[in-house]
Design a protein around this ligand. Structure first.
Ligand SMILES: Nc1ncnc2c1ncn2[C@@H]1O[C@H](COP(=O)(O)OP(=O)(O)O)[C@@H](O)[C@H]1O
Ligand SMILES: N[C@@H](CCOP(=O)(O)O)C(=O)O
Length: 322
C-alpha cells in the first residue's frame, strides 16, 4: 500500500475546509500505487483523490503535471483534474508535503489484460499524444538515457545480489543504448508510465488515464515501446504478438507512426526495459523496511530486455501492418 505519509482526521478536515467541497465523510489510504501517498477522500460533494507527493516528485515539476492534466482534459481526454480551493489555488502543502485534490475517475484498471484492452489502450495513447500538442510547459525526461547511468551506478555494487551477472549485463546494455539511441524522431508530451494500473476501463472501453507524474517531453514512439512492454507480455514471459498488433493498429488509426519510428521500436523497447529494470532494482535495494508498498520485480524487465535484444528489425516481432 502506497501511503508513506499518514494524515490525521483533523489535518484532513482542516485541509478540505479550504475548498468548496463540503464536509469530509471519509479519507482512506489507497492500497495501490508506488510513488506517492494517495487517499480516497469522500466529501458531501462526492469522491476525490487526495495525493501527497513523495520522494521522486520534484516540487518544481508540479506546475507541469497539474497544468498538463488541465490541458489534456480541456482537449477531451478523460484524466484527473486538479481541484482549486476557494482561493483559486490547487497546489498546497499537507503534513509537510506538496498536496493536491484531484477529481475521481470512474472505471477500473484491468487485472487480466485482454487483446481488446490493448486496442483500447493504443487509441487512448495516440489521443493523449495529439492532445498534448500545444501544451506550453516542458519537462525533460529525467528517466531517459542520461538518467539511466546514475541509477545504474547507484545500484551496481549490489545488483548481483538480485541476480548474479546483472551488473555486467546492465553495463553492456547501457553502453549499447547510449551509442544507438535515436534523437531525431517525432517528440512531444508522453505519459512515460502508462502501465495497466494507470488506465481505467468501463464496460470494456477505455474510460480514463491517471498518474501523469512521469509525464515529460520525449520521443512519442518511446511511449509506444513502454506500452508494448507493459501490456503485451504474458505472465509466463511470452510476448503476445496479437496484443501488440492490436495496440499498434489502434494507435496508428489515430496517429500513424513514421517509417523511422517503426524501425526504432526494438531499440526503444530495450530502452524502456532498462528504464523500468533500473528503477525497480533501485527500489528493490532501497525500499525502507516497513514501508507500506509492494516492490515490483526488476527481473521481469530483465526478461523483457533479453527478448528485445534478440530482435534486429521491427518485422522480426511479426508486427507487419495488416
Ligand atoms: N483520479 C483518480 N480516480 C480514481 N482513482 C484514482 C485516481 N488517482 C489514483 N487513483 C487510485 O489510486 C491508485 C494509485 O494511484 P497512482 O497515481 O497510480 O499512484 P502512484 O503515483 O503512487 O503510483 C490507482 O491505482 C487508483 O486505484
Ligand atoms: N510502473 C512502474 C512503477 C510506477 O508505479 P505507478 O504506480 O506510479 O504506476 C513499474 O511497473 O515499475
Amino acid at each position: 500500500m502506497a501511503v508513506y505519509t499518514e494524515v490525521s482526521d483533523e489535518e484532513v478536515r482542516a485541509f478540505v475546509a479550504q475548498y468548496d467541497l463540503g464536509d469530509v465523510m471519509s479519507c482512506k489510504g489507497i492500497a495501490e500505487g508506488v510513488e506517492n501517498s494517495n487517499f480516497l477522500l469522500v466529501t458531501d460533494k462526492g469522491p476525490y483523490i487526495l495525493t501527497l507527493y513523495e520522494k521522486r516528485v520534484d516540487p518544481a515539476d508540479l506546475p507541469f503535471f497539474l497544468g498538463l492534466m488541465d490541458h489534456l482534459a480541456a482537449r477531451g481526454l478523460t484524466c484527473p483534474q486538479p481541484v482549486a480551493g476557494r482561493d483559486g489555488v490547487a497546489l498546497r502543502f499537507l503534513c509537510g508535503r506538496p498536496a493536491v485534490i484531484v477529481t475521481f475517475l470512474k472505471g477500473m484498471w484491468p487485472r487480466r489484460i485482454t487483446a481488446e484492452h490493448c486496442a483500447g489502450l493504443g487509441g487512448g495513447l495516440a489521443r493523449l499524444h495529439l492532445a498534448g500538442e500545444g501544451f506550453p510547459l516542458t519537462r525533460r525526461n529525467a528517466l531517459s538515457v542520461p538518467g539511466w547511468r546514475p541509477l545504474f551506478e547507484a545500484t551496481r555494487a549490489r545488483a548481483d545480489e538480485v541476480k548474479p551477472g546483472l551488473a555486467d549485463a546492465l553495463a553492456a546494455e547501457l553502453d549499447h543504448l547510449e551509442a544507438v539511441w535515436p534523437a531525431d524522431l517525432p517528440h512531444g508530451i508522453i505519459h512515460a508510465d502508462l502501465f495497466p494500473d494507470n488506465v481505467f476501463f468501463s464496460d470494456g472501453k477505455l474510460s480514463g488515464l491517471i498518474d501523469f507524474y512521469f509525464a515529460c517531453n520525449d520521443l512519442l514512439a518511446y511511449d509506444v515501446a513502454i506500452c508494448l512492454n507493459a501490456w503485451c507480455f504474458e505472465a509466463d514471459g511470452a510476448f503476445n504478438v496479437t496484443k501488440a498488433r492490436l495496440l499498434l493498429g489502434a494507435y496508428e488509426a489515430v496517429r500513424p507512426l513514421s517509417v523511422a519510428e517503426r524501425a526504432a521500436l526494438p531499440v526503444l523497447a530495450r530502452g524502456s526495459a532498462i528504464r523500468f529494470l533500473l528503477t525497480r532494482l533501485y527500489d528493490w535495494l532501497n525500499t525502507p523496511a516497513g514501508a507500506m508498498v509492494k516492490r515490483k520485480d526488476p527481473l521481469e524487465y530483465l526478461h523483457k530486455l533479453r527478448f528485445h535484444q534478440q530482435i534486429r528489425h521491427t518485422a522480426d516481432y511479426g508486427l507487419d501492418r495488416s
